[in-house]
Design a protein. Sequence first.
Length: 312
Amino acid sequence: MSQSKRSVGIDVSKANLDVAVVPENDTWSTANEESSVDELVKRLKALRPRLIVLEATGGLEIPVVAALAAAKLPTVAVNPRQVRDFAKATGTLAKTDAIDALVIARFAEAIRPQVRPIKDQDAQHLSALVARRRQLVDMLTAEKNRLSSASKPVQKNIKEHIAWLEQQLTNINKELKKAVKGSPVWRHKEALLKSSPGVGDVLAISLLAGLPELGTLNRKEVAALVGVAPFNRDSGKFRGKRAIWGGRKDVRDVLYMATLSAVRFNPVIKKFYDRLTDAGKAHKIAMTACMRKLLIILNAMVKSDTPWQPIA
């Protein structure tokens, strides 16, 4: 069978990789360990598939995706929600690892998600640091919230933990800066992004790590990928409010905080925000629109390799 016919789905767990190939509906399972992944790569190269799809499962998929990409196999990791919705739409209610792999393969065959740039080893390291920084920030927030209502005997322990977390956050920030400065490409992209008012270290690094497609997509694609493109909610005569959905929440959360700053200090974003609120738009709606506009501007800057321009 030619390369243009086969699609492969891989269901990733900590212990196993369940693989399915359509249209043959072949399935098999292998251990999720280095030697088994090497054998899997050889087997899939022999099949010459059109597309291989895995779910983004919080990092478990990264070694497999990296191995497949290194072998120049067309591989993409997708949002698990997309696959779940596809399964519901096709009436697949049963759930086993083999069935999940078949659903992913059929999703690949029907939807054909676009193969995105694969992060190299350094990008994966940067992504891991960004994820750890986010965890530390979340823990700090939780501990500070607990401190206000804690009894005096417990407050000392919480304060000590807060101090330790703050030190860890300082350390991880230093590691992030070191990782970026270690790559000439990232240094250039970081400087390019930070030339825009309102964009600081956190957003620049988060975009480098969590959105490697930046600069390779058009404005609609990048907005949809991050999840700041509003979708219609209409049915018959009913016209619902448009709302954002899906996308990369981690990137979107950081983008929101940066947009709060951009609304104050970036003249283009500030003017856009003021125009929307003057027209009666709610703050939340105006902020979402500003997030989208800032992202589109940054995407265009990277694509054209041009620093911030005050006119947009």
